[in-house]
Write a protein that binds this ligand. Structure first.
Ligand code: GLP
Length: 250
């Protein structure tokens, strides 16, 4: 995993935006997987500064709560319109976000898997990490080969949302996420330090689904000093990033 440590949440968002814009420049019709949560909001604010860059982008997202219609302010669908889509130019036919209000969630899961394949796979998947190590809503114990499916949420996860959300969700599987060409994991703040240490330096285990990223050929974790504070080899990662070979460099 490539580890990039920035000073604070603002610098983390700047770095993440730089990575996303570089991918968009390379491929304007990028297949982009979006993530919810507090962490990527700064990234989305920066992406909004180039509204035309999204005209051809194909959008997917990681997960959604059962039963919440896109009009529900607690739905993730609503989140993406509020923080990104309402502020950029996009083609509605290119938006493939989950809906929480469909009856047959397994059918929706299969449709999303099929659509991702039909579009050639996800080019860039943005990710966050739950304090229990989940990615998307792949809670601890999720198979590292899992596909998109309905998932029961841990009481702790429900609590994270103030207890006001359903305890069932639909999520891309760990295996689905792992097929993305590039993963961009964002984690900010000292309350993520312990789980970030396990994700980067711990053993690969379904108890911490985010550890699957250690097996990904192209995963970058953009951290801030808070979330990186428990990494045993923190200084080494900084040194590597400062000294790495970059395309165009002789
Ligand atoms: C939710 C989402 C995850 C996200 C996590 C972290 O559980 N399903 O995809 O990564 O929250 O959110 P935050 O960035 O608010 O800590």
């Amino acid at each position: 995993m490539e580890i990039i440590i920035e000073s604070d949440a603002g610098a983390l968002a700047d770095r993440a935006a730089q990575i996303v814009f570089a991918e968009l420049e390379r491929k304007p019709d990028l297949v982009l997987g979006l993530a919810t949560g507090k962490t990527p909001i700064g990234l989305y604010q920066r992406l909004r500064t180039k509204p035309k860059a999204f005209a051809k982008v194909r959008f997917f997202n990681l997960d959604e709560f059962f039963g919440l219609a896109p009009s529900d302010p607690a739905s993730f669908n609503h989140f993406f319109y509020e923080h990104l889509l309402n502020h950029v130019k996009f083609n509605p036919r290119n938006v493939h976000l989950f809906r929480g209000d469909v009856k047959d969630m397994e059918e929706q899961a299969q449709k999303v898997e099929d659509r991702i394949k039909a579009l050639g796979g996800i080019d860039l998947q943005i990710l966050g990490i739950g304090r229990n190590g989940h990615i998307g809503f792949n809670e601890p114990g999720s198979s590292l080969g899992s596909r998109t499916r309905p998932k029961t949420l841990e009481p702790d996860t429900v609590e994270h949302y103030g207890g006001k959300i359903p305890n069932l969700a639909i999520t891309m599987g760990v295996g689905t996420i792992m097929e993305s060409r590039r993963c961009l994991m964002l984690a900010s703040g000292a309350d993520k330090a312990e789980i970030v240490q396990r994700m980067v330096e711990g053993p690969i285990t379904s108890e911490v689904p985010a550890t699957a990223l250690q097996m990904h050929p192209r995963a970058s974790a953009v951290l801030d000093e808070g979330s990186a504070s428990k990494l045993k080899r923190r200084d080494y990662y900084k040194w590597v990033f400062a000294n790495k070979w970059r395309a165009g460099q002789t």
